[in-house]
Design a protein around this ligand. Sequence first.
Ligand SMILES: Nc1ncnc2c1ncn2[C@@H]1O[C@H](COP(=O)(O)OP(=O)(O)OP(=O)(O)O)[C@@H](O)[C@H]1O
Ligand SMILES: [Mg+2]
Length: 337
Amino acid sequence: MTRTPLLEARGIGRQYPMGRSILGAAPRLTAVEDVTITLARGETLGIVGESGSGKSTTGRMLLGIEAPDTGEVRFADAPMPRRGSQAWRAMRPRLQMIFQDPLAALDPRLPIRTQIREPLDIHIPHDGAANAARVAEVMEAVGLSPDIGTRYPHELSGGQRQRAVLARALVTRPDLLICDEPVSALDVSIQAQVMNLLWDVQQQMRLAMIFISHDLRVVRQASHRVAVMYLGRIVEEGQTDDVFAAPAHPYTKALVSAAPVPGKPAGGRTVLQGETPDPAQRPTGCVFHPRCPVAQPPCAASAPPLVSVGPGRAAACHLIAAVPLATAASRETEVAS
Ligand SMILES: Nc1ncnc2c1ncn2[C@@H]1O[C@H](COP(=O)(O)OP(=O)(O)OP(=O)(O)O)[C@@H](O)[C@H]1O
Ligand SMILES: [Mg+2]
């Protein structure tokens, strides 16, 4: 893994108009605020958070599909080109994204092989034989047998469709793959297969990957590092094992304690108070404070910055200094006693 980041986002933010206003400008909703992310080649960063926390908006900005209102995205040490520009089109084969719904991502009227091949023909028009060979190679890599190539999307199972979508994303040999809820629409049994496949191709191709999900379990399985989002902000970030073993932020603690761990009894859960977050009703101060079980008066006054709380760890909480980070080892002792 090289240390120079392939992808860097510094303080990116995005607002959207909320409905229409007859008098003057419509009020704006903050979908993402002050998000900073770095990603090295061969690394997977998981982004986890509840619905509406800004995960997909962040993903679109990281890919240049949407420009941030504030901050900057850099890819391969250069500013992300403007969407639709010649530089952006030239960059497209290196940046790919897969979404939750594989059926929506595929054209019902075209056979699978044609669809997998399409990005190659658009972006890398070699001779036909080279492109056909690449399609065969990538289909094999994702576990699709050659005879699937002549079939249409509706003739495939959910798992096969998502493999086809993955093959289509990988066919141009991208450097960066953003997966937005890639297994949420699949049956649990198929989820595990697709997750293993994603892990394998990520390792083999040294892909940099952003793995977005509301599901802690799949993020944990897929990611080297994890960023936890709440109402548009990253509230905690770190190596996946560290974050799950000893979450620092009260929100991450609640998420981790609520997630079922195979083989462990469900006890000691922190149940979050209050409504699920609504970006249209953004609280002042720390965005999490109305639901935070340990909030203090200063939490309503100002937003805590994301600061280092240990090696490779960062958290945004006014109280973090007052809540020393447990190490994985001391937590095990706590559980055992
Ligand atoms: N194009 C848009 N126009 C207006 N509002 C938008 C747009 N895209 C996203 N939003 C709003 O921004 C907020 C963040 O949305 P986003 O889709 O990024 O969240 P998410 O974390 O991906 O949620 P989910 O888990 O439901 O996919 C939401 O309140 C959403 O309604
Ligand atoms: Mg989303």
